[in-house]
Design a protein around this ligand. Structure first.
Ligand code: HEC
Ligand code: HEC
Length: 265
């Protein structure tokens, strides 16, 4: 009897081990999801700073460009003798204090482009919730400056779970869930980096004829796991494309976008 029991246990353990192995082979797209911030009306500057720290080093994707020395300015360490970002943020633009400048840097990076760099920074307000943006501002201020972000900076709608609340982009999808391809392409900021039909930037490959280079499957992979393969000639820009689109588009949106791009022969 115990021999049979042992054999059953053996089969169960073997099966478990096999599935664990398979599970570990499946790309963990979900693990990169920016943590929904559940910071209530009484959030403290310390809580914001620590949430911003996690975002900066994790799902916010900032370290794909910042801290490497060439692609983007150093933020946590000295930049060209001007100190870390918290020390120089108040001196960038006349009439903008540190908090206003950092908020602008994240939500409209093209409004002021630091001399010596290309305007490649994505508009983070399209990717992150207002709470996450303010958490990042607090964290950046804490690097060499004084944190003056408070709960009152965060719009009430986001604290109450309205549009723009953490997770709202995931639930509703980019561009309010529209499945119109160009609305999605513009809403997600793809045209900030890619040209399509003559519209958009030149940081990534022109997507006008992407369907003749890549199958629908490879296009889907390029959007969900941008670092899995790097487009030829763009090795220098590996890591620049945000890795967050998999959680921002609904499944329906993603399919509509992939088919639209695959049709661009
Ligand atoms: C695709 C590359 C890229 C990513 C990703 C990126 N940035 Fe940037 N960022 C830049 C570049 C390049 C500049 C300098 C040019 C400019 O001002 O737009 C910059 C400028 C900035 C500045 C202004 C710095 C100064 O010295 O005035 C701040 C603040 C900033 N980024 C914060 C962030 C944060 C926080 C994240 C993550 C949520 C992030 N960036 C993600 C490329 C990037
Ligand atoms: C911040 C800049 C940036 C944004 C925003 C961006 N991309 Fe990219 N993308 C790149 C870069 C750079 C590459 C080339 C390097 C690589 O393959 O990772 C690329 C590669 C690609 C490729 C592979 C192209 C080829 O010829 O192999 C596709 C497809 C693509 N992006 C689609 C999109 C779509 C769709 C969006 C919007 C949902 C988007 N990208 C947003 C920068 C960006």
């Amino acid at each position: 009897m115990w021999a049979i029991n042992l054999r059953i246990i053996g089969v169960v353990l073997g099966t478990l081990a096999l599935y664990t192995l398979i599970a570990n082979k499946i790309p963990q797209v979900q693990s990169e999801v920016p943590h929904a911030l559940t910071l209530g009306a009484n959030v403290t500057p310390e809580q914001l700073t620590s949430a911003g720290d996690q975002l900066y080093h994790g799902a916010g994707g900032c370290t794909a460009c910042h801290g490497l020395g060439t692609r983007a300015p150093n933020l946590l360490t000295d930049e060209k003798g001007q100190g870390p970002v918290g020390a120089r943020c108040g001196k960038r633009e006349a009439g903008k204090d540190c908090k206003a400048y950092l908020y602008e840097s994240l939500t409209s990076p093209r409004a002021y482009v630091v001399a010596g760099y290309e305007p490649i920074m994505p508009e983070m307000g399209r990717i992150l919730s207002p709470q996450q943006i303010w958490a990042l501002v607090a964290f950046l201020e804490s690097n060499g400056g004084t944190v003056d972000v408070t709960a009152s900076d965060i719009p009430a709608a986001s604290a109450a779970g309205g549009p723009g609340a953490p997770g709202a982009a995931t639930a509703a999808g980019i561009a309010g869930g529209s499945t119109d391809p160009m609305t999605m392409v513009r809403g997600a900021g793809c045209t900030g980096c890619h040209k399509i039909n003559g519209e958009g930037g030149a940081i990534g490959p022109d997507l006008t004829h992407v369907g003749s280079r890549l199958s629908a499957n490879l296009i889907r992979e390029s959007i969900l796991l941008p670092d899995a393969k790097t487009a030829k000639g763009y090795e220098k820009f590996k890591g620049v494309m945000p890795k967050t689109f998999g959680h921002q588009f609904t499944a329906e949106q993603l399919e509509a976008l992939v088919q639209f791009l695959a049709g661009h022969k």
